[in-house]
Design a protein around this ligand. Sequence first.
Ligand code: PEP
Ligand code: MG
Length: 311
Amino acid sequence: RRTEALSGSRGPGRTADGRAVQLLVNLGSPADLAAAAEADCEGVGLFRTEFLFLDRATAPAVEEQTEVYAQVFASFTGRRVVVRTLDAGADKPLAFVDHGQEPNPALGVRGIRLARSAAGAALLEDQLAAIGAAAAATDADVWVMAPMVATPGEARAFAARCRDHGLDTAGAMIEVPAAALRASRILDECDFASLGTNDLGQYTLAADRMNGALAELLDPWQPALLDLVGLAAEAGRESGKPVGVCGEAAGDPLLACVLVGLGATSLSMAPSAIAAVRAELATRTYEECAALAATAIGADDAREARRRVAA
Ligand code: PEP
Ligand code: MG
C-alpha cells in the first residue's frame, strides 16, 4: 500500500515533489453516492443539491433535507463534503417559485441570485438550517458554498447566513468572470473558493454551454479561461485560502496538471476520473506543472494549448 501511495496509484493526491492536491468527487444525487463513497478520494468537492428541489410540486421540508444530507455525510465520515446550495433558475425551474419570463436564463436570476426574493431567501434559509443540523451530527468536515456569486457583497451575505446556522466554512463558487477578476475581494469575505469551469467558460467566451455549435469556444483549454483560473488561484495563494476547481476541466489528467500549475489546491471530478488524474499528477513536480500552465497560457486557442502541453 505504501508503495502504491508513493507511486501515485492510491491515496491522497500529490505532485512528484510531494505538493498536496486534494482529489475530490462530484456528487449529483443519492444514486451516485455508493460509487462516490467507494472512490479512493479525500471527499466530495461538489455536492450538487438540485435533485432535492427539481421535479416536485412543493419545496422539501427542513427535516427531509436534513435526512438526505445526513446520509451523505455518514458516507464520508472523517472526509470533507462541500455542499453547494441550490442552483436553480429559469433554466432549471422550480414548480414552487415564480421565475417570471426570462428571455436569457443563463444571465438571469439563478444560483445565489434567487435569494434576492423573499421566497428564494426562505428556501436558502431552510437549506442552510438542514445542512447545519446534519453537519452538527456528523464527523464529516462540512463546507458550504454558493453558486453564481458575482460580487464580494454576495459572498459576505452568504457567509453570514451560513454562520447563523453553525456552518463555519463558507465559500463562493467562482464561475462568473467578475468573481474571478476580483477573487481576492471575494476571499476577504469567505473561507474558500471553488472554480466552476463549466459556467466560467460559458461566461468568459460568451458561448452558451448548451450550444454544441460553440464546442470549440467552450473547450476548457481556452487560454482566457485559464487566465481567470490563474487569477483566482493567485488570490487564494495570497490570502492563504483554498481555491479548487470543481468544473469538468478537473477530470482531464493533463489539464488537471495545468490547473495545479496555475495554483489550484484541490480538484473535484467524476469518481471514474480520479485514478488517472492522481497518476498523471504523480509524474510531475509542481514546477513542471507551472511550466505546463505557462505553455497553455501562451497559446492563442484551446486546440493549440492542448497540443503544446501534450507535446
Ligand atoms: C460549473 O459551472 O463548472 C459547475 C461545477 O457547476 P454546474 O456544472 O453545476 O453549473
Ligand atoms: Mg455552474
